[in-house]
Design a protein around this ligand. Structure first.
Ligand code: TXA
Ligand code: MG
Length: 324
């Protein structure tokens, strides 16, 4: 069913309207510092069902509950000492914690896809914080894209994917970080990295004073972050060749730093960061992955260092390459 998608500026008036829309069971896309999210009232089963439908998202893939502050997060989830330390150090910010769910809080089971854990996050973007405060309920918000597509880092990306499928877009320009939040599970003895993201792993490990566990097939045979599908982000018409050290005739190039020489001189090039800055590359990554969908060719991707946001960039590029 097609709905009219209203686009509002994220000023005081827009935020009040968006909060009212969420409380009435509507679907509202809004900016966070990582990517734009598609929000619904986490306590409203009908709204959350509509959210899955709008994205075309499989119901086995649980959602992140966004809340205003750590106090609100404690009403949803049970924090162990590691979780307390990470929340105190990094919230608000690009960190999502997967924790045992409080049983008495009325989050619809659909939001957590039937799991007994819940993903919670306190975003840092001022518009997101104002919206969460005005809404007064936890807001589940996956990235505001069609399922399997690249996450949106600007309002136009949201409309490209979801115009006519959601009630409102709260527009506030391009985001700052550009890759989704880092997800850490604190559900057992040792905190585990479920998804590298906008908060570098090294910062988390420094705060914990020990390394994060990395999920392996030895520790689990079911996917622990069910949304971490191998072929997520795959461009429809392009094929990625990672860690390229040369560009073949006819290939395009995703560069990082000084571009590799291109034999025919006419290859399309997208440079993630001419100066080799990983934060800039993260900001540009999803714009790049949307652009290259129209290139219809194999694209050589220069190596990206694994440090800082490089781990998250390489994770997304690997998934984008897996589907092509
Ligand atoms: O930066 C972000 O995290 C953005 C912004 C909007 O906050 N949100 C986002 O949501 O990336 P989404 O739905 O695209 O990704 C959430 C990931 C999925 O891979 C999902 O499987 C995982 O979090 N997840 C959610 N709840 C989980 C749980 N209880 N256990 C394990 N993984 C969970
Ligand atoms: Mg997503």
């Amino acid at each position: 069913m097609r709905v009219e998608t209203r686009v509002l500026n994220a000023n005081t008036h827009g935020i009040a309207e968006a909060a009212a829309c969420l409380r009435a069971g509507g679907l509202v896309a809004f900016p966070t510092e990582t990517v734009y999210g598609l929000g619904a009232d986490a306590t409203n089963g009908d709204a959350v069902a509509r959210l899955y439908a709008a994205k075309g998202r499989p119901h086995f893939n649980p959602l992140i509950a966004h809340v205003e502050n750590a106090e609100a997060a404690h009403r949803l989830a049970i924090f162990n000492a590691d979780a307390e330390a990470l929340a105190a150090r990094f919230w608000p910010g690009p960190l999502t914690l997967v924790l045992p769910m409080q049983t008495d809080y009325p989050v619809t089971p659909l939001a957590a896809a039937g799991l007994d854990t819940i993903a919670v996050r306190v975003p840092a973007h001022q518009v997101a914080r104002d919206l969460l405060r005005a809404a007064g309920v936890p807001i589940v918000a996956p990235s505001a894209n069609r399922s399997g597509h690249v996450s949106p880092t600007a309002p136009t990306h949201v409309l490209d994917d979801l115009d006519g499928r959601i009630d409102m877009l709260l527009a506030a320009g391009a985001v700052e970080v550009g890759v989704e939040s880092t997800i850490v599970a604190c559900t057992g003895n040792a905190p585990m990295l479920l998804r590298p993201g906008g908060l570098p792993t090294a910062a988390i490990e420094a705060a914990l004073g020990r390394p994060l566990m990395q999920p392996t097939h030895a520790t689990t045979d079911a996917p622990i972050a069910p949304g971490q599908l191998a072929a997520h982000y795959a461009p429809a018409n392009a094929k990625l060749r990672l860690a390229a050290t040369s560009v073949a005739p006819g290939e395009g190039l995703i560069a990082f730093g000084t571009p590799l020489p291109c034999a025919d001189g006419v290859a399309p090039i997208y440079n993630l960061s001419p100066s080799g800055d990983l934060n800039e590359a993260a900001r540009n990554l999803f714009v790049c992955l949307r652009d290259i969908e129209h290139w219809h060719r194999t694209i050589a991707v220069m190596p990206i260092p694994e440090e800082g946001l490089g781990a998250a960039i390489n994770d997304r590029l690997t998934r984008a390459a897996a589907g092509t």
